[in-house]
Design a protein around this ligand. Sequence first.
Ligand code: ZN
Length: 443
Amino acid sequence: MTNPTPIAWPAVHAEALAVLRDYLRIDTSNPPGNEAPAARFLGRLLAAEGIECEFIETAPGREAVVARLRGDGSRGGALMLANHLDTVPAEAEGWTAPPFAAEVRDGRVYGRGAVDMKGTGVMHLFAMFLAKRQHVPLARDLVFLAAPDEELGSSVGVTWLIRERPDLFEGVAFALNEGASGIPEFAGRPAHLFEVAVTEKELAPLRIVATGTPGHGSKPARDSATVRLLDALDRLRRWQRGITYTPETRAYLERLHEAGLIDDIDDRAGVEAAIGASPDTVAAFTNTLNVTVLRAGTQSNVVPGRAEALVDCRLLPGQSRDAWAAEAAAIVDDPLVQVTLEYPTSAPVVASPWDTEVTRVITEVLTETFEDAVVLPSSSIVGTDNRFMRPLGIPSYGFIPCLLSQEERDGFHAHDEFLTVENLNLGVEVMYEVVRRLCEAPH
Ligand SMILES: [Zn+2]
């Protein structure tokens, strides 16, 4: 074959930034989602490149867009680039930049969805565009899927599509989605650390119910339900859990050690100090808990007989939910405070294999891009649509090919969410290169 024309990257970068800004200006806060205009926006761009696409309505005002570039199948099943159209809502009063204006300031694009995950959606989109424009001879189908409703559980998103349109997932050999990214430092040392999520932490939220003596608000209560609940939550807050050594966290630490980023992986105090530098790293190595809901009382002059808390808990792979609830109950250690799992069962968490064509290509591309790149499997600390696709037997990877600073990672679901233009450019280039190498016919 003839060599394709080299890609004019500066022009592509400018184009990707313009597309991302237009995309961020389409408000897809979920609830209510209302993703149809965003699906149509992406679909118009795909159609303009001559790429066939389909809009699928999953509920009124809710749509997915699917596009496909056909390959000859000689390298097997399709690669799917999957992303979500919706975002969590934004409390505009807490932002310094309006959340739906896509303001560019100091090399950063601000907007709800910049990192979660319209930025990555644009990287997927441009991988499609470039594969088409460069006439990459495809040895497998390349599928783009932008789905609604990820932020509220995907019941009119990916799980709806799996149930109603199983054809979309038939013949898909691998999928890329969100779930993990690169980070530019580890424990204060500069690094090019790229996590690729092969699984995710398991939700094990707890319900904590305290009972006590109800009464008149005028008399100081010694054992009211509210006081018991506060004591119980305080004990959970002080619970020193530290790092949990599992086969996965140990393998992760070994890679950090090989890269010179951790001195001694069995020096618990040293490891805990290193991972403690970032809340994301703490979450990657520990079972977490966060008190998120408190309920008690109706008015200030009535001591309630019952007080309740819900605690968001996320467990590392291989941890038992029942054992977790029992341990928490032992920490609370109060017969009038009941500690139970908020819901008793959950679908088993499935892990994708690490040693596949996808992770080999990702590792190859990243180590060519950064000499000292460390690429390693991780468990996503948040839930993603990968959890619905892995049980279909589709190895699905969380892969945001950017070096997200702590500040950028803190933007997920928070105020002033942004992505740097530099990261957008890096992501567009790396994503295309990964896709090209995974799909191109050998020559
Ligand atoms: Zn997301």
